[in-house]
Ligand binder design. Structure first.
Ligand SMILES: Nc1ncnc2c1ncn2[C@@H]1O[C@H](COP(=O)(O)OP(=O)(O)OP(=O)(O)O)[C@@H](O)[C@H]1O
Ligand SMILES: [Mg+2]
Length: 327
């Protein structure tokens, strides 16, 4: 089904490193102006899926990407080098976990901000200062002359966000944007992202481990497990009535902002390693509701009853009202 409001439309995405497939045919779409949260434990394939949107993964044979990636209806996987440059300049911008990595240590904030912009020198400088102010940084003109190491981590991340938004991207990918920051700063940065996303009307892909607090700021949420999409739906519904036992388990983790979490208390066991040959549901070995069929047949993502197609879950025995029928 083609939806013209989708700025990003990823269909049946497979990502393989060498001989190991790490993303097994996931699909997701983001509408213009909407925030989709992509949630799951470390290694489940969130970052590589996001990088595939702008073809930022290594080339074959190191990495192969199959499926469809549409940006504004155009097939990114067949883009020429120049169209890819345009896509990366003004289509999709990325903000990663650690601002210190994104900023060049030996260049002033002003230089790096202006580099992200186009136009005359005076115009770029003016817009750089506006961008820093928009990101909540005080005395932006003075800040332009400073070097990254003179700023706190929270201020550095605000600069990185300002740099990403200066390109006026249609889609912002925020990949664990607060995980490297102090807990007190994390909420401020998240709120800044959401405020700017609404103000600028761009779409956002918010990648997080944290289903409780971080994903709650999105419109919709997609939950990944071991390279599969296991549940998707509007945020309120998924948080109030998770249908997949894995999603339920993520919610049972003590909700703290700090992303890199403690082991999942509600979920014993380990994520299967990438490339492990699994006939059944990838979550079966950790699922307390598993039955025989779960060991042999991987459930596909199916619309949830009574959700008008907005919610889907990949489970043979989905929870109802957030609870297991028998339990
Ligand atoms: N350049 C690479 N070469 C080989 N394997 C890779 C490479 N990048 C990622 N992988 C593998 O792909 C899988 C998915 O990685 P990815 O970084 O997308 O996970 P993630 O969900 O973003 O995890 P985290 O929450 O820790 O960031 C992992 O098994 C990882 O080891
Ligand atoms: Mg990642």
């Amino acid at each position: 089904m083609r939806n013209d409001d989708n700025i990003v439309d990823v269909q049946n995405l497979h990502i393989t490193f060498g001989a190991t497939e790490v993303v097994h045919g996931i699909s997701f779409a983001i509408q213009a102006g909407e925030t989709l949260a992509l949630v799951g434990e470390s290694g489940c394939g969130k970052s590589v899926s996001a990088l595939a949107m702008a073809r930022l993964l290594p080339f074959p044979p190191v990495c192969t990407v199959e499926g469809k990636v549409l940006f504004a209806g155009q097939d990114v996987l067949s883009f020429s080098a120049s169209r890819l440059r345009t896509l990366r300049r003004s289509g999709i911008a990325y903000v990663f976990q650690d601002p210190a990595v994104a900023l060049h240590p030996n260049l002033t904030i002003g230089y790096q901000m202006c580099e992200a912009l186009q136009g005359s020198t005076a115009d770029r400088k003016k817009r750089a200062i506006e961008g820093l102010a928009l990101a909540g940084l005080r005395e932006p003109a003075a800040l332009m002359k400073r070097y990254p190491f003179t700023l706190s981590g929270g201020m550095q991340q605000r600069v990185v966000i300002a740099m990403a938004l200066a390109r006026e991207p249609q889609v912002l990918v925020a990949d664990e944007p607060t995980t490297a920051l102090d807990v007190t700063i994390q909420a401020q940065i998240l709120d800044l992202l959401v405020r700017l996303q609404r103000k600028m009307g761009m779409a956002m892909l918010l990648i997080t481990h944290n289903l409780g607090l971080v994903a709650a700021r999105a419109d919709r949420v997609s939950v990944m497990y071991a390279g599969h999409l296991v549940e998707t739906g509007p945020v309120e519904r998924v948080l109030q009535e998770p249908a997949h036992p894995y999603t339920r388990g993520l919610l049972d983790v003590v909700p703290r902002l700090e992303g890199h979490a403690q082991p999942l208390e509600g979920i014993p066991g380990m994520v299967p390693s990438a490339g492990e040959d699994l006939a059944g549901c990838p979550f079966a070995s950790r699922c307390r509701y598993r039955q025989d069929v779960c060991e042999v047949q991987n459930p596909c993502l199916q619309p949830r009853h009574g959700s008008d197609g907005t919610c889907a879950v990949a489970c043979h025995f989905p929870l109802e009202g957030g609870k297991h029928r028998a339990g």
